[in-house]
Design a protein around this ligand. Structure first.
Ligand SMILES: [Zn+2]
Length: 369
């Protein structure tokens, strides 16, 4: 053992002597063999890439290494690797976490806590007759599918209804789009009888026209009564895309739900800024931030009831199966399936998850005249 340990050191010692004399020609300082060997042993211990060589050299002749020596050697082994970790490795690690965390979050919300009353409020969980109010055929797939499927798929007793305020006839495709809408309703689990697209002269598809909100309110009220609706989902004031028809629908339904004591509870779909809209799941951590404590609570102890403050907002995420259903539903709209919509059906957050906000009741004095 002693001979094995000494051999590499002696060899390096000779090399070190030769190097020293080359570096300092004519120098009065001339290292002895013992000094050179000591220096070479130190170099081998600290720089050798082989742990076996380093361990071999740490053995003094006839003496086992102490625990302290072993620990200090282990530290010496670890320190150079930490220092020498190239920056791209850290960039890769951070990127991997940034990509995987939203996927994990989507999975947790869709599969683990999606039925918890603190994530999906009891008014939606317990709804028997859900109504989605939109402006054009295909809005239900482009924006609302996580909400529709999130409620309907959880409870087979729930009846879904879709009320579309126009036929989407802006380019003369109104009749075809109505037929496409029926296929989409079927794919989303909405019965044909409750799949309606109006063709009213005052409610024609036009992004430059603000629709008559009183007329929309009247139509909504009639269908709420006819279908015994107990929960509504519609656009918020931004209309997701800013389309005037979407925003008019939001204004009408929100006013109806806020001011009519007999109106069912209504939730509006949150509009986000453009960069957040097309980030696939990238926007989910930010969207889920106000729900963070509720998600942790739901994971720890599931609940079927929620505090009133937790009932004001909902977060609903598509499972993989529901996402495929969404794509299948949109495929029923061939007149709208342009190349950019292929991209949309992947990168838009609205085909993956929805966050909803409840319309609060207001005092009659605050109601719109
Ligand atoms: Zn639309």
């Amino acid at each position: 053992m002693m001979r094995l340990a000494a051999k590499p050191a002696q060899m390096l010692g000779r090399v070190a002597c030769v190097n020293s004399s080359r570096q300092f020609p004519g120098s009065p300082w001339s290292p002895t063999d013992a000094q050179a060997q000591e220096r070479a042993t130190f170099l081998l211990r600290t720089r050798s890439s082989s742990p076996n060589i380093r361990r071999l050299l740490s053995l003094a002749p006839g003496k086992a290494p102490s625990d302290d020596a072993t620990r200090s050697q282990a530290g010496a082994d670890a320190r150079p690797s930490l220092r020498s970790a190239p920056p791209w490795r850290w960039i890769l690690r951070v990127t991997a976490v940034a990509l995987l965390f939203p996927v994990l979050l989507q999975w947790v919300i869709a599969y683990l806590v999606g039925s918890d009353a603190r994530i999906l409020p009891p008014q939606l969980l317990a709804a028997k007759n859900l109504l989605i109010v939109t402006a054009h055929p295909d809005d239900e797939c482009l924006f609302f599918s996580p909400s529709i499927l999130g409620v309907l798929d959880r409870n087979r007793d729930v009846k879904g209804g879709l009320l579309v305020m126009s036929t989407g006839n802006n380019y003369g495709l109104g009749e075809a789009r109505v037929q496409e809408l029926y296929g989409s309703c079927e794919a989303l689990g909405i019965h044909h009888d409750r799949c309606v697209a109006l063709n009213h002269p005052e409610l024609q598809d036009n992004p430059k026209v603000w629709w008559n909100t009183d007329l929309i309110e009247t139509v909504v009220r009639e269908h709420v009564s006819k279908w015994k609706i107990d929960a509504i989902v519609t656009f918020d004031e931004g209309g997701v895309s800013g389309h005037l028809n979407h925003r008019a629908v939001s204004a009408a339904v929100s006013n109806y739900a806020a001011t009519n004591p007999e109106a069912p509870v209504a939730f509006t779909l949150t509009t986000t800024s453009l960069p957040r809209k097309y980030t696939l799941l990238g926007d989910l951590p930010l969207t889920a931030l106000p729900f963070a404590w509720r998600i942790i609570s739901a994971l720890s102890f599931p609940a079927t009831t929620a505090d009133s403050k937790d009932e004001r907002r909902a977060l609903v995420a598509n499972t993989w199966n529901r996402y495929l259903k969404t794509r299948h539903a949109f495929a029923q709209h061939p007149s709208q399936y342009t190349w950019d919509r292929h991209l949309y059906m992947v990168v838009s957050r609205y085909v993956w998850f929805n966050d909803l906000k409840r319309v609060e009741r207001v005092a009659p004095s605050q109601a719109r005249p």
